[in-house]
Design a protein around this ligand. Structure first.
Ligand SMILES: [Zn+2]
Length: 215
């Protein structure tokens, strides 16, 4: 993919995510990464999403070297860079401050595996990463540590949520499912006891999905 194509894609998914209230103000940030060229295209820092344009996206290396861009990259570019280093299969990162997921992050509660969709889309429950000072490498290394064991996203204590994917379409839908799971879990907590899916339920789902894929 060319830098121009990456800019267009990051811009399109940023506009959609903002319209879906996955983040507010100038918070939240998205990126795409091309492992062949080592180039990451990321949203700029502190630009209003209502008027943001594809050319506002910043092309940079994972070491912080800016290649092309009118603006500074997102102040959380290290979060994105650390996740690409930790998960070589990742080609996109979506970092949100979506309200229900962030509520769990503020309560320091992971989201248990409570819904069938969480198994294929999120790798089960959504773990909680330890608090890290914004703008540091630790924001990314703590998130990567929390996601070990096959999780596609995590909550970030007192901050928000993050999801990875092979492309922005996949990372975005995972970010949407994190928020959906958090909202439904919050409803269930208000109604009564939250019943998590058993390990047997989860393993059965994985087995049936694998069998059906072969047919
Ligand atoms: Zn953030």
């Amino acid at each position: 993919m060319t830098i121009e194509e990456m800019r267009q894609t990051v811009h399109a998914w940023t506009k959609q995510s903002y319209a879906e209230h996955l983040f507010a103000g100038t918070s939240g940030n998205l990126s795409a990464y091309d492992a062949d060229s080592g180039i990451m295209v990321i949203t700029p820092t502190s630009r209003p999403y209502e008027t943001i344009l594809p050319e506002d996206m910043v092309a940079m290396k994972l070491d912080g070297t800016v290649l092309e861009g009118k603006w500074k990259p997102s102040s959380e570019w290290r979060l994105h860079a650390e996740l690409y280093k930790a998960f070589p299969e990742a080609g996109a990162v979506v970092h949100t401050h979506s309200p229900y997921a962030t509520g769990f992050a503020v309560a320091h509660q992971p989201i248990p595996c409570i819904l069938i969709e969480m198994v294929p889309f999120l790798g089960g429950g959504v773990p909680l990463a330890d608090y890290a000072t914004p703008g540091t490498n630790e924001v990314g290394t703590y998130a990567a540590a929390a996601m070990q064991g096959g999780h596609y996203g995590c909550l970030m204590a007192n901050h928000g949520a993050v999801a990875i994917g092979k492309d922005l379409e996949q990372a975005h839908i995972r970010a949407v499912y994190i928020e959906d799971a958090a909202r439904i879990c919050a409803y269930a907590k208000g109604i009564g006891t939250v019943h998590t899916m058993s390990e047997e339920n989860i393993q059965d789902m994985i087995r049936v999905a694998a069998e059906n894929a072969k047919k």
